[in-house]
Design a protein around this ligand. Structure first.
Ligand code: ATP
Length: 348
């Protein structure tokens, strides 16, 4: 693997709630994103994806905190950074965020060229002219006519606003971009277009991507590596091909019928019967156990650690029965031949 850009090392994050309680949103999560790597994080609603994204840029809600583990960016631990340190060293400059809706990051009553000047003033020693020139160049990257740099955000359609955000995300030449459900608010045609622009950055910009989505086909089509999460815990991580072709966590296996298929491009994660537990206590058990057909008593007796799959250290499943899964879930796994074929077709 290339040099790590972002490492999550056994990270737990909780939110304090009124009355002294807590939500243990992320528990002992580990994954690594390498240089130039596009990494997809998928999982059902509420499993902790946005909490992970927020923690990387110091954007956790006031009541949230990283309680254990280390978040390393280019080898430096950042989990205890203050707001000021995140602003000075990390946000935009090193890690830029493409949010769900551009309205969260563009000032609707300020010309885009002025917003570029502001950004440059705060983070760089570029002159006003250089800042505007840089925005002009970046508008070219995302296919917006340069003449529009003096417009206000409200003069743009939703898709153009999202492209503008991509342009701004590149403004300070960050090493990592976090795209948190970047296309959810857009119609299908716009979604494809935005993903094409995000994908094109791979070739021309020296950038890694953390793409957060509930839509597994987006990961399939755009990412190199991925992790699946459920109920605040990791389920499985590895290359996209490994996780799709040789899933070894029961949750990934049961999601097989939701594997992306070029014939059904909009298909989302399958709904699996039952509900994830309320994480008001730190879970010292597998949070998928209640919904898992292969759960045993042991699954309730400790949170699962990562198991290496087929001797490949880059492919891990957080399941105590991972090495038995191929035979236990044989009937579900036979369908994976189809997934392999589809993967080959689309990656040709
Ligand atoms: N400020 C907060 N205070 C208390 N609980 C919170 C807070 N923010 C998030 N949570 C809880 O933390 C858990 C993880 O939420 P998070 O938003 O990270 O999940 P997610 O996977 O991104 O979900 P979605 O796809 O719906 O955005 C959920 O149970 C959520 O209700």
């Amino acid at each position: 693997m290339s040099e790590p850009i972002l490492e999550f090392d056994d990270v737990s994050i909780k939110y304090r709630t009124r009355g002294g309680g807590a939500v243990h949103a992320v528990n002992e999560a580990s994954f690594t994103i390498g240089e130039h790597e596009y990494f997809g994080l998928v999982g059902e609603s509420g499993c902790g994806k946005s909490t992970i994204a927020d923690s990387v840029v110091g954007g956790l809600d006031e009541n949230g905190e990283v309680t254990s583990g280390a978040i390393r960016f280019k080898g430096t631990e950042i989990q205890d950074y203050s707001e000021k340190q995140f602003n000075k060293h990390i946000r935009w400059k090193e890690i830029a965020v493409i949010p769900q809706s551009s309205m969260n990051s563009l000032d609707p009553v300020m010309k885009l060229s002025d917003q570029a000047i502001e950004m440059a003033k705060y983070h760089t020693d570029l002159s006003k002219r250089e800042a505007v020139d840089r925005l002009r160049e970046l508008f070219g990257v995302v296919g917006i006519p340069e003449s529009r740099i003096h417009d206000y955000p409200h003069q743009f359609s939703g898709g153009m606003q999202q492209r503008t955000i991509i342009a701004f995300s590149l403004f300070l030449r960050p090493s990592l971009i976090i795209a948190d459900e970047p296309t959810t608010a857009l119609d299908v045609i716009m979604q494809d277009q935005i993903l094409d622009y995000i994908n094109a950055l791979k070739d021309d910009w020296d950038v890694s991507m953390l793409m957060i989505t509930h839509d597994i086909s987006i990961v399939f089509e755009n990412c190199d590596t991925m992790a699946v999460m459920h109920g605040g815990q990791m389920a499985e991580s590895g290359s996209v091909i490994d996780v799709f072709d040789r899933p070894r966590h029961p949750y990934s296996i049961l999601l097989q019928n939701a594997f992306p298929d070029i014939r059904y491009p909009d298909r989302e994660l399958a709904v699996i019967d039952g509900y994830p537990p309320q994480l008001t206590e730190r879970p010292d058990y597998c949070t998928f156990a209640d919904r898992c057909p292969w759960a045993t008593q042991e699954c309730y007796e400790g949170a699962p650690g990562p198991e290496t799959v087929d001797g490949n250290p880059a492919h891990r499943a957080w399941c105590i029965r991972a090495d038995e899964m191929e035979s236990l879930a044989e009937e579900h796994l036979t369908a994976s031949t189809q997934a392999t074929n589809i993967l080959e077709e689309t990656h040709e």
